[in-house]
Design a protein around this ligand. Structure first.
Ligand SMILES: [Zn+2]
Ligand SMILES: [Zn+2]
Length: 258
C-alpha cells in the first residue's frame, strides 16, 4: 500500500471530483492521504474532509506564498490543531522564488508555526524554495528538531537533505523525481535513507510522468514510488512498506490492521 503524504484535495479542481478520486486511490492501493492546509480561511474545508473520511488526515497552517493574510500566532495554530485528525502543523516555510522583496513576514510566520508545533507536539510540514539556508537556520534557531517533520516536495541538494535529516526530518519526494531533467533530485532519492523517506503528489500540481502536465491526484503517488524503486533498484513493495511505516511513525498514528 501507498500513502500520499501531501495533497490539496480541498482545492476546487479536486474537491468537485472527490468520489472519483477516492475510488482511484482504492484501485491503486493508495490507502491514505494527508490534506494539507494553506490558509486559515480554507482550513475548515480541509478538516471537514478528514472528518468525513477515515483515510484522510488534515494539517493546519498558512503557506509562505499566501500574502496579506491575518498572521496566525502560535496560540491560534495550537488551538486549531487540537483535533485527532489534525496530525501536523503546516504547510509552512520559506519561498524566495515566488515572492520577492522584504520577506521578513515569511520568516516571522515560519517561526510562529515552529513554536506552535513544539507547543502541541505535532510534526511540521515544511515548504522551502530558493531559501534553503534561511529555512535550515530558522529550524535550528527555533528548535524544530524537537518535533521533527517533513521537508515536502523536496527539490534541494543532498547536502540540504542531509542537514534536514540530521535535524530529525524526513524527505518527501513528489512527481518531480519522475521528470527526466531532475538528475540531481534522482540522486538525492537514491541517497536518502529508506527510513527517512516519504512520497507525495502535492496534487493538484506536479503530476508525475506519465501524466506530466495533467491534473494530479493522490492515486498517482504510485508512480513516484515506482520511480524511486527503479532508481534504487529495489522492489516496489520495499518502497511502499518503508514509506507507509515512516508516515505512521512520523505522524504518530496507530499502525493499521488489514
Ligand atoms: Zn509546498
Ligand atoms: Zn502543498
Amino acid at each position: 500500500m501507498f500513502i500520499d503524504s501531501h495533497c490539496h484535495l480541498d482545492f476546487p479542481d479536486l474537491a468537485h471530483n472527490l468520489d472519483v478520486l477516492l475510488d482511484k486511490m482504492r484501485e491503486n492501493q493508495v490507502t491514505h492521504a494527508l490534506c494539507v492546509s494553506v490558509n486559515l480561511t480554507d482550513f475548515p474545508r480541509v478538516l471537514a474532509l478528514a472528518q468525513a473520511h477515515d483515510n484522510l488526515f488534515a494539517s493546519v497552517g498558512v503557506h509562505p506564498d499566501y500574502e496579506n493574510q491575518v498572521e496566525p500566532d502560535a496560540h491560534q495554530l495550537v488551538q486549531l490543531a487540537d483535533h485527532p485528525k489534525v496530525i501536523a502543523i503546516g504547510e509552512t516555510g520559506l519561498d524566495y522564488y515566488r515572492l520577492q522583496g522584504d520577506l521578513e513576514w515569511q520568516r516571522a510566520r515560519f517561526r510562529q508555526h515552529i513554536r506552535a508545533a513544539r507547543q502541541c507536539n505535532k510534526p511540521l510540514i515544511i515548504h522551502t524554495r530558493s531559501a534553503a539556508d534561511d529555512t535550515l537556520r530558522i529550524m535550528r534557531e527555533e528548535g524544530a528538531d524537537q518535533v521533527g517533520g517533513v521537508m515536502h516536495c523536496f527539490t534541494e541538494s543532498w547536502e540540504v537533505a542531509k542537514r534536514a535529516i540530521d535535524m530529525n526530518f524526513y524527505i518527501s519526494f513528489s512527481g518531480i523525481v519522475t521528470f527526466k531533467n531532475a538528475v540531481a533530485l534522482k540522486d538525492v532519492a537514491k541517497k536518502t535513507p529508506l527510513n527517512r523517506m516519504l512520497i507525495e503528489t502535492d496534487s493538484p500540481y506536479l503530476a508525475p510522468v506519465p501524466y506530466r502536465g495533467k491534473l494530479n491526484q493522490p492515486a498517482f503517488v504510485l508512480h513516484v514510488a515506482e520511480e524511486i524503486a527503479r532508481l534504487r533498484a529495489v522492489n516496489l513493495n520495499e518502497i511502499a512498506a518503508a514509506t507507509t511505516a515512516n508516515f505512521f511513525r512520523l505522524f504518530k498514528l496507530p499502525t493499521l490492521v488489514g
